[in-house]
Ligand binder design. Structure first.
Ligand code: HEM
Ligand code: HEM
Length: 146
C-alpha cells in the first residue's frame, strides 16, 4: 500500500492516548487525595469521589475506544490481527482497566483488601500504558509517509 490510508486513525489513537494519560493523572491525583484525607481526618471534599469515579469512566471509555481503533485499523490494513507485541499488551491494558473499575466497586462494597488491590492494579496499569504507548508508537512509524 503506497498511501498511508490509516494515518488519520493512528492520529486519533495518539490523541486518545494523550487524553488517557491525562485522565490517569487526574485519577492518581484525586485518588491520592482521597487516601490521605481518609487516613488523617477520615472525610474528604464531597466532589472528590464523584470526580474520581467520572474520570475513571472516561478513562475506561478512552481505552475501549483505543481497542476498537486498533482492531478496526489493523483488520482494515491486513485483514488479520496479531502483528506485534502491541496486541497482547493492548489487551492487557484493557483487562487491567476493567479490573481497576471492578476493584473500585469492591471498595464501594466495603470489602477488606479492595483498596490495596485497586492501588496495585493501577500501578501495574501505569506500566501497561507506557508499554502500549511505546509499542503503538513504533508500529505507527511504518504508516508515516517517507
Ligand atoms: C478505572 C477507573 C476507576 C474507578 C471507577 C475508580 C473508582 C474508585 C473508587 C470508587 C474509590 C473509592 C473511593 C472511596 O470511597 O474512598 C477509589 C479509590 C482510589 N482510587 Fe480509584 N478508580 C479508578 C481508577 C483509578 C486510577 C487509575 C488510580 C491511580 C492512578 C486510582 C487511585 C485511587 C486511589 C489512590 C484511591 C484511594 C484508595 C484509598 O482510599 O486508600 N483509581 N477509586
Ligand atoms: C490503551 C491503549 C491502546 C490499546 C488498547 C490498543 C489496542 C490495539 C490493538 C488490539 C491493536 C491490534 C494489534 C494487532 O492485532 O496486531 C492495535 C493496533 C495498532 N495500534 Fe493500538 N492500542 C493502544 C494504543 C495505541 C497508541 C498510543 C498508538 C500510537 C499512536 C497505537 C497505534 C496502533 C497501530 C499503528 C496499530 C496497527 C498495528 C500494526 O500495524 O501492526 N495504539 N492497537
Amino acid at each position: 500500500m503506497d498511501l498511508p490510508s490509516f494515518l488519520w486513525l493512528w492520529r486519533i489513537a495518539a490523541w486518545s492516548m494523550g487524553l488517557s494519560l491525562l485522565f490517569y493523572g487526574l485519577l492518581a491525583f484525586s485518588g491520592i487525595r482521597m487516601r490521605s484525607y481518609r487516613q488523617r481526618i477520615r472525610s474528604y471534599d464531597a466532589w472528590l469521589r464523584p470526580f474520581h469515579i467520572l474520570s475513571g469512566i472516561v478513562l475506561l471509555a478512552l481505552v475501549l475506544g483505543l481497542l476498537a481503533i486498533g482492531i478496526v485499523g489493523t483488520l482494515g490494513e491486513y485483514g488479520t490481527l496479531g502483528h506485534s507485541a502491541h496486541l497482547p499488551i493492548g489487551l492487557l491494558v484493557v483487562g487491567l482497566t476493567l479490573l481497576s473499575a471492578w476493584s473500585a466497586t469492591r471498595i464501594g462494597l466495603g470489602e477488606p483488601g479492595a483498596r490495596s488491590l485497586h492501588i496495585t492494579i493501577n500501578l501495574t496499569l501505569l506500566l501497561g500504558f507506557l508499554f502500549v504507548l511505546a509499542t503503538g508508537w513504533s508500529v505507527v512509524q511504518k504508516y508515516l509517509p517517507e
